[in-house]
Write a protein that binds this ligand. Structure first.
Ligand code: SAM
Length: 210
């Protein structure tokens, strides 16, 4: 397989860049609470022992919600240290070893569910396929990527965020995943209403998944 290591350190994905964004308080994406479509999705999950990863989690309000609602194996990953420090102060009983200050592309564990919330659009477009492949690699057989993708009718000229059309995003996932849900969320927060796709992509079975 092609080694994309260097590519994964481009502007939108370097630690220095994101540490600076956090340091300067340039966090306009941060809405201050968990996204209602993700809460609703989490509320219908019955097995609270599943391993859940939130990559590019920022202040990770979704992780806080999951933790408070009895999910035992929630992991929060961010390349910047500041949001993890914020989280540690805010959610004092969250296991410290579940806070991962790491580049997503270098992470190597296995999960049953990965939650997407404005991380994919933080990455440069050329990293989209790498993201899809990495998510696939991090999932256990039958594992899922669920969450939200913000779309627009035209691609952003610059970023982050690198917002794009729903047709463009799906190209990176449809060959690797079974697309269970890819539809406009009906319960987005007002400023994102009509522009967010709710996703539920399931890892495809392979010969060696059995
Ligand atoms: C747009 S913010 C979204 C934060 C959060 N998901 C939210 O919706 O509030 C993107 C986050 O991804 C983190 N990030 C960017 N590139 C990363 C990478 N390669 N590995 C891990 N985290 C990364 C940034 O530090 C930032 O916190």
């Amino acid at each position: 397989m092609k080694d994309n290591k260097e590519e994964n350190y481009t502007i939108g994905s370097s630690k220095e860049f994101w540490e600076e964004m956090w340091h300067e308080g340039r966090t306009k994406w941060d809405v201050g609470y968990a996204a209602p479509p993700i809460i609703e999705y989490a509320n219908q999950l019955t097995d609270k022992s599943i391993r859940i990863l939130i990559p590019g989690a920022g202040n990770a309000y979704e992780a806080e919600y999951l933790h408070q609602n009895g999910f035992e194996n929630v992991y929060v990953l961010d390349i910047a240290s500041r949001p993890l420090e914020n989280f540690k102060k805010r959610v004092t009983d969250f296991p410290e070893e579940h806070l991962l200050n790491q580049n997503f592309f270098e992470h190597a564990e296995k999960y049953d569910l990965i939650i997407e919330q404005t991380f994919f659009i933080a990455l440069e477009p050329k990293l989209r396929s790498n993201y899809a492949r990495k998510i696939n690699e991090l999932l256990n057989p039958g594992g899922k990527l669920a969450g939200l993708l913000i779309t627009d009718t035209e691609p952003s000229e610059s970023g982050p965020p690198f917002i794009d059309t729903k047709e463009e995003y799906i190209k990176h996932f449809e060959r690797i995943f079974n697309i269970k849900v890819y539809e406009t969320a009906y319960n987005s927060i007002k400023p994102r209403a009509g522009r967010e796709m709710f996703i539920n992509f399931v890892k495809k079975e392979t010969k060696d998944s059995h």
